[in-house]
Design a protein around this ligand. Structure first.
Ligand code: ASP
Length: 415
């Protein structure tokens, strides 16, 4: 089994590399050939794979949380895990933005930039959900509707309640409990089957992105891009490694070796949400995290925990301020930390939303939201990298919480 998995990860990376090359070559094509290759072949191939994993998100999350909560044993533990997880998610996001603000202030990505040829027109920015509304809408009015529309927070709440109820009823509902256990095996097997398509799916998804963006779009914004990518690397490899070692005494190298294939799915789909099934399978089956923890922390993290997105927002704030010749005061910077932390909670785990919630952060310190137009052209590529960081944050938290609760099999992690 281990051998096949290793083979799959390598295949996915070959798919990724070939995808970048094919995409850059295709970006040079024109007319009907371009249409056929990019909007035909790449688009259809990539979208089929993406939909195949998206298809698993709702049933897997529901079944997995019901099972996890039903086997939690005692309800107070659920509260403790919830508080730890939320605390961890919020603190790491705030740390991510602070690192982004500090590094961007040193690198000065926007200084000396002539923005006239970068502005590509006004993006329409209309999404703003206040936190109070997020809280209210966590409670589903109609759980069937939540499932059919894929509203993650509502599904989490309803599934937790269902799982807890099953555990309270005990023997009376043992048949139902058994059914959910079998459904869980069933869903995991489907994830396994769909993942065999990953090398091809990843190839098509990445080729499409690079063909659409092209190398030319990147040049004027290279400093901004490199700053965002640099901070993403610092956070992924330094912050997370330190946390893993410090709080769970786990090897970061082992973690990244095993997690690389999940990161590549996040990278190519640009969606934390779409990656949920793969993340859950990885931390449970190959890292030894008990389902009681992972089933809850991973979908929640994919919905509210976006360290990578907050990093992009931190660097973008400094970049846009510099391009427009504005300086941020210390209290302005603190406002950015606070609003970006909240903004990422409201950022759905789907492609490109981080750029929309950036408007909220810019507004909070009086920066022009038109600034978003400057970075619009290359955001698609940064979105890929930051999504890989977003899902890593979810997994790191899951490992730390699981370890602290004694819900982790370290032998599996180290195997
Ligand atoms: N694509 C990101 C995610 O799914 C969200 C974003 O930053 O746009 O995690």
């Amino acid at each position: 089994m281990g051998k096949r998995k290793l083979g799959l990860t390598t295949k996915i990376f070959i798919g990724m590399t070939l995808g970048i090359i094919a995409g850059l070559i295709a970006s040079r094509l024109s007319g009907g050939v371009y249409e056929f290759v990019v909007n035909g072949l790449f688009h259809v191939g990539g979208t089929i794979f993406k939909r195949a994993i998206q298809m698993l998100v709702v049933p897997l999350v529901f079944v997995s949380i019901v099972n996890g909560a039903a086997n939690m044993g005692d309800v107070s533990k659920l509260g403790r895990v919830g508080v730890k997880t939320l605390g961890f998610y919020l603190v790491t996001t705030a740390v991510a933005i602070i690192i982004a603000l500090v590094i961007a202030s040193i690198v000065n990505p926007g200084l000396g930039l002539d923005m006239s040829d970068l502005v590509k027109g006004d993006p329409t920015i209309n999404q703003k959900t206040p936190l109070s509304q997020v809280l209210i809408e966590m409670i589903p009015k109609n759980p069937i509707k939540s499932l059919s529309s894929g509203n993650m927070l509502q599904i989490i709440i309803f599934a937790l309640l269902s799982g807890v109820t099953l555990s309270l009823l005990g023997e009376k509902t043992s048949g139902l409990l058994k059914l959910f256990r079998e459904l869980d095996h069933f869903m995991m097997k489907i994830v396994d089957i769909v993942m065999r398509l990953a090398p091809y799916g990843v190839f098509f998804l990445i080729a499409k992105t690079f063909a659409t963006t092209g190398a030319d779009a990147i040049k004027p914004l290279i400093k901004y891009m490199l700053t965002v990518i640099g901070v993403l690397f610092v956070h992924a490899f330094i912050t997370y490694s330190t946390l893993l070692k410090l709080f769970a005494n786990l090897s970061p190298v082992k973690f990244y070796k095993k997690f690389a294939s999940v990161m590549s799915i996040a990278f190519s789909t640009s969606s934390s949400n779409a990656t949920i099934p793969v993340t859950i399978e990885k931390v449970e089956e190959e890292m030894g995290v008990n389902q009681t923890i992972a089933s809850f922390t991973i979908p929640l993290g994919a919905t509210i925990n976006m360290d990578g997105t907050s990093i992009m927002q931190g660097v973008a704030v400094i970049f846009i301020a510099q391009v427009y010749g504005m300086t941020l005061t210390l209290s302005g910077l603190l406002t950015v930390v606070l609003t970006a932390t909240l903004a990422t909670i409201g950022t759905a785990g789907v492609p490109g939303v981080g750029l929309i919630t950036l408007a909220m952060v810019l507004n909070s310190v009086g920066l022009p939201t038109e600034g978003i137009a400057l970075i619009l052209g290359i955001d698609r590529i940064l979105d890929m990298i930051r999504t890989a960081v977003n899902v890593s944050g979810d997994a790191v938290c899951t490992l730390i919480v699981a370890k602290s609760e004694g819900e982790m099999n370290e032998e599996i992690f180290n195997s």
